[in-house]
Design a protein around this ligand. Sequence first.
Ligand code: ZN
Length: 240
Amino acid sequence: MPGSLKTEAIVLRGIRYGEADRVLHLYTPERGRVSAIAKGVRRAKSRFGGRLEPFFRLNLVLYQGKSDLMTVTSAETVAGHPRLREHAATIDGAARACHAVDRLFGDGEPHPGVYHLLANLLALLDREPQHATRANALAFRLKLLLAAGFAPHLASCASCGEPEHLVGFSGAAGGVVCGACEAGSFALSQEGHDFLVAALGLPLAEAPDAGPAALQQAERAILDTLEHHAHVRLRGVGAR
Ligand SMILES: [Zn+2]
């Protein structure tokens, strides 16, 4: 049904199209990920100015014609995150976060929680660039897993329910596993386990830190969970 859609959106990525246009991947609270074309946006005098760039949070009017690709008809800035763009580490953190949302939530299913989580992360990186850490990027991904319904089981053995002697993590089992069920798992230290629990439970701005080995285990836990349950492979979060 042709018509206009008014929505908030975060620009995940832009792809050059034709001579002066750009196709945008947008994340919206009510429609999930949508694609829209911004016509003439790469011309110097575009009426959109520099607003239709990755990491912008916008109020948009999109026109939906007969095709799946909508057209941007107006754009107002809610938050441009200018300070985020001043540091390589915050740009990298924001880019990896947008890429993860683009990959994991590209099916058009709405997840308002994902929208608010991404908006929170971008605002945090803009306000306090020191949060562009590996630990914070992992905490963000854990929260994405939770929003997608793939949160790892951390309170007891994911295979047999044993509450103690949890020694490994298994993506296939869906969480931590005990000594009797450790086949197919990798070793998870107490520090790595504690990090996963705290990172899932605390707000992003309070995400805990941990040593490099524990963060490495946490990253592997996240990637294994994604591969087994979402059939998605993501790039790592970077070495910071
Ligand atoms: Zn077990």
